[in-house]
Write a protein that binds this ligand. Structure first.
Ligand code: PMP
Length: 355
């Protein structure tokens, strides 16, 4: 017996871990600079680490209230109803929950190309099909309503990523409104704001007051530095609360993760430092890399380097891990995450040497 045929899907290959690369290079992992997964170089808030330690003795029991507490706190944060917040195991989990709630077999999604691969994977897991809208390099990967609408053909779900991974380009609020106005009311517009803490642009969450075919995704993996704990959420219309109760995997967002997220939300100073460092590093990368780069609203910069695989391998040998964007269909580009004020200049020097 064999599993069903998913051979059209490329397996999700996360960037290599620092430990693995360090072992191969015979280096101390602490001497490596990992700028391949858009993580927070400052790590989690100390308050989140304390919450993890406090919660550790209780992991032997199923949690009761942690994810409800987190939903309520987020509702307060975003000035919406608690029923609008779907706490999920990472933003990936939110993508899956929406697939579960909205896709019937054969329904199609519309996703960006290049773009985050999990949109299509989740759709396929749920027996959906995938169409794409192309973001073109010739157009600086501009995220314009026309690009989406030219490709749109009544799909059940349309994904928008802003800031976009891996390009950093953004949709303006006007663009999102235009799309919400233009698609069918049976099309769910999913606005993925995984990197939104790093941009100056406002969240689309308040547009939920006006549209009931909109979902906004956020995560604690990026600016909150909790990637290893898998906590994200969607903000959705209040009337979908019943669907959440039905699609929610029991205890999927862990007690430890939710408690850490609750603590992280209270640490504004850590978030401010994180965002300030990332904006500084983003400008530094753009100003100092000897390669064409694109404007980015995220904590990373896309750079055109010729042979991305060769450049990524060369920098890795020097202890700097960057993302070769071949798997995004951009074999000439690398994506470099924002490091600290110490690691970023060193990484730039290494990358420039490899060009
Ligand atoms: N959306 C985008 C655009 C991403 O880049 C990522 C992480 N790579 C996610 C969602 C998922 O994030 P997580 O599941 O860690 O919350």
């Amino acid at each position: 017996m064999q599993p069903r045929d998913l051979s059209d899907l490329s397996p999700y290959v996360p960037g290599r871990g620092a430990e693995e690369v360090a072992r191969e290079l015979g280096m101390d992992p602490d001497d490596l600079t990992k700028l391949s997964s858009n993580e927070n170089p400052h790590g989690p808030s100390p308050a989140a680490v304390a919450a993890i330690q406090e919660t550790a003795p209780r992991v032997g029991v199923y949690p009761k209230a942690s994810h409800t507490d987190l939903g309520e706190k987020l509702a307060n944060h975003w000035d919406c109803a608690p029923e609008q917040v779907w706490v999920t195991p990472g933003a990936d989990g939110a993508i899956d929950y929406l697939s579960r709630a909205f896709l019937d077999p054969g329904d199609r999604i519309l996703a960006p190309e290049p773009g985050f691969s999990y949109y299509r994977m989740s759709a396929r897991y749920h027996h959906g099909d995938v169409a794409t809208y192309e973001l073109s390099k010739a157009d600086d990967f501009a995220q314009a309503p026309a690009t989406v609408l030219d490709a749109y053909d009544g799909e059940r779900m349309v994904y928008l990523t802003t800031p976009h991974n891996p390009t950093g380009a953004e949709f303006s609020r006007e663009a999102i409104v235009e799309l919400a106005e233009s698609v069918s009311e049976d099309t769910l517009l999913v606005v993925d704001e995984a990197y939104a803490e790093y941009t100056e642009a406002p969240s689309a969450i308040d547009l939920l007051d006006d549209y009931d075919n909109l979902a906004v995704l956020r995560t604690f993996s990026k600016a909150y530095g909790l990637a290893g704990l898998r906590v994200g959420y969607g903000v959705v219309p209040e009337s979908w609360a019943d669907a959440y109760a039905r699609v929610n995997t029991p205890f999927a967002a862990s007690e430890v993760g939710c408690r850490a997220a609750l603590a992280a939300l209270d640490d504004d100073d850590h978030l401010d430092t994180t965002v300030e460092t990332a904006r500084w590093a983003r400008a530094y990368l753009r100003d100092n890399l000897d390669a064409p780069t694109w404007e980015s609203g995220g904590n990373f910069v896309l750079a055109e380097v010729g042979d991305a695989s060769a450049v990524a391998e060369a920098t890795q040998r020097q202890g700097v891990i960057v993302r070769d964007c071949s798997s995004f269909g951009l074999p000439e580009c690398i994506r470099v995450s924002c490091g600290t004020r110490e690691t970023t200049p060193r990484a730039v020097e290494t990358i420039n040497d490899a060009l």
